[in-house]
Design a protein around this ligand. Structure first.
Ligand code: SF4
Length: 362
């Protein structure tokens, strides 16, 4: 065994690796979390950020999440949004209802919608293909949409009794370009067994994401913290994400947000913004192969922009997301106030048009 294996980790050695562009491992990430000062984490995150983005630059989008159905059989215990098929209050949006939401988004200056609903057994593949084809026909390239999360995509394929590869091709033919990495929460089998045992395994999640990439669709990575996950689980999530990116290169961005516990079965209390920002810095340092690290205005409001000083470079200004709003998230449409905060921090925010993005990593 090498002598280096017995040497204790130190700030000097880990900092030197990051400064030299050498990848840190899970032990070093754990050490940083437990021992590094916030200022040192910010400094190292800034170094990695600087390899991808100019100092003082950041980007944003105005977007809305369209929760096209709240009927779901997955029964995640952290979800305050869903209704079982047998319960009152379930809904499915018509194409006209979706169009009205997209029209409103455009009026408010946005050009990105993300579809996020439940595992609704009453919806056939034709509902999704018909909806997405109608959106592409009506709006063309003037707006872009993230069609489903990976979790919903997996259910859709499963329910239609076709492979993920086949489902991806069907959606692509309907005009879909993106299926984002939502539904990941914490990517460990233990976390899923505790909280979302009907939401597929971690291995299945990555298989589905690989099928999406193989089909020529674009995708992203996500993470949610603030449940009961351990530090080891957070690190495992990051390690799996980095390895997947090494293999595929298909992750256009990484977005982490925080769990809102209100009105959920599992309950709990929110983690602090300070913990979120510290985690964001660790993500930026560890995910050395993901160019875009996004900070969550949806769950942290204006203070999410402090994340720009913790390695993040991009954020959404959302106008709606029923899933997180039902669990306690609040949304402000005072975009200028939020953008002014970025300017106060020394950043010049530039609108990022996904609809016009010519290549994967833009
Ligand atoms: S988080 Fe998503 S998959 Fe889980 S119960 Fe809620 S709507 Fe269903």
């Amino acid at each position: 065994m090498e002598l280096a294996a017995f040497l204790p980790l130190s700030m000097t050695d880990i900092a030197a690796k990051v400064e030299q562009g050498v990848r840190i491992d899970m032990d070093e990430a754990r050490w940083l979390w437990q021992n590094a000062s916030v200022a040192e984490l910010q400094r190292l995150a800034g170094i990695v950020r600087g390899r991808f983005h100019a100092a003082g630059e950041c980007t944003y989008m105005v977007m809305r999440i369209i929760n096209y159905t709240n009927v779901c059989v997955a029964q995640c215990d952290y979800c305050a949004f869903y209704k079982l098929p047998t319960q009152d209050g379930g809904y499915v949006m018509s194409q006209e209802q979706v169009f009205a939401k997209l029209d409103e988004l455009i009026v408010l200056g946005g050009d990105l919608a993300a579809f996020n609903g439940g595992f609704n057994p009453a919806l056939p593949l034709s509902y999704y293909c018909g909806l997405f084809a109608a959106i592409r026909a009506r709006y063309g390239d003037t707006l872009e949409f993230y069609a489903l999360t990976i979790a919903e995509f997996m259910y859709l394929a499963d329910h239609a009794k076709i492979s993920c590869a086949h489902a991806a091709q069907k959606l692509k033919a309907a005009g879909v370009r993106w299926i984002t990495g939502g539904g990941s929460e914490i990517l460990t089998e233990g976390f899923r067994a505790r909280h979302s045992k009907f939401k597929y395994t971690v291995a299945e999640y990555f298989e589905a994401q690989r099928a999406i990439i193989d089909a020529g669709l674009k995708t992203t990575a996500t993470m949610v913290i603030g449940f009961d996950e351990t530090l080891e689980e957070r690190l495992e999530h990051l390690e799996r994400t980095r390895s997947f990116q090494d293999e595929t290169g298909g992750l256009a961005s990484f977005l982490c947000w925080t769990f809102k516990p209100y009105f959920t079965q599992v309950g709990g209390i929110e983690i602090t913004t300070a913990e979120y920002l510290k985690h964001l810095a660790l993500c930026r340092i560890f995910l050395d192969n993901v160019s875009r690290i996004r900070t969550s205005v949806l769950t942290q409001n204006r203070l999410a922009l402090d994340g720009l000083n913790y390695g993040a470079d991009d954020f959404d200004l959302p106008i709606e997301d029923e899933v997180t709003q039902k669990a306690g998230a609040t949304i402000s449409l005072d975009f200028e106030r939020i953008l002014d905060y970025a300017r106060e921090l020394g950043y010049e925010p530039t609108y990022r048009h996904v609809a016009l993005a010519p290549v994967l990593n833009t």
